[in-house]
Ligand binder design. Sequence first.
Ligand SMILES: Nc1ncnc2c1ncn2[C@@H]1O[C@H](COP(=O)(O)OP(=O)(O)OP(=O)(O)O)[C@@H](O)[C@H]1O
Length: 252
Amino acid sequence: MAETTNHEDGRRPVVVVDNLHVDYKVMATGRKTFAGAYKLFDRRARGVRTVSALKGVSFTAYENESIGIIGSNGSGKSTLMRAIVGLTPATKGAVYASSRPNLLGVGAALLKELSGEKNVTLGGLALGFSKKEVEEKYDEIVSFSGLGEFMELPMRTYSSGMSARLKFAIATSKEHEILIVDEALSVGDKDFQKRSEERIRGIREKAGTVFLVSHSMRSIRDTCNRVIWINKGELKMDGDAKDVIEAYEQSK
Ligand SMILES: Nc1ncnc2c1ncn2[C@@H]1O[C@H](COP(=O)(O)OP(=O)(O)OP(=O)(O)O)[C@@H](O)[C@H]1O
């Protein structure tokens, strides 16, 4: 996107979501038990169904913003994030981004049979670092993950929280202009959660824009200055974090 600015206060837009619709096509199998007696019913139940996960969502995200995405299960939060990154195509509407958004996670690149140490190298290379850059960052990644003595053990021996900590430490060792964190903060203990929140604030301070999807209102309140509430595929509310969280909690 060109260097456009918001004329009201000079902020630069980094992601524009314009009337975004996402439909999923799913095969409904119908129910075998009804096949004989209720042919009509069965015919209606079988076949391709369309699930409208997002129905015309629009907003603009600016540099330096940390935006919390909230909403009940199945409301469309992950679909929205996947569409911003380009993993899920828009059925209608579009997403424009000033640079490639990164979905936090190097998970796919890591191998359970290899040690934590080897996985730092693998994950780092997957993020685009050179071998030398990975070596330079190694100590910092290990120290942030808090897994010092476990680095020589294979990752399959790690608990899910330990694996998630290592992935978070690797993924955030890179500076991101647009970073999407989907529920990552709910992993790990209180101390690790605090440090990851600090790291997210750090990314934001370096002119980055962060989207944080979480069911933890505490994490959202502590990290985000703006919150978008998605309800049944539609944007229900967008505004100051405190106001949106309050309205969301009152709706339950
Ligand atoms: N790959 C898929 N194929 C078919 N339907 C899908 C697919 N992914 C999501 N959906 C449907 O799209 C809707 C939105 O799902 P999504 O995962 O975006 O919600 P969410 O708000 O992230 O939920 P949660 O808080 O439970 O993670 C749901 O109805 C879900 O069943």
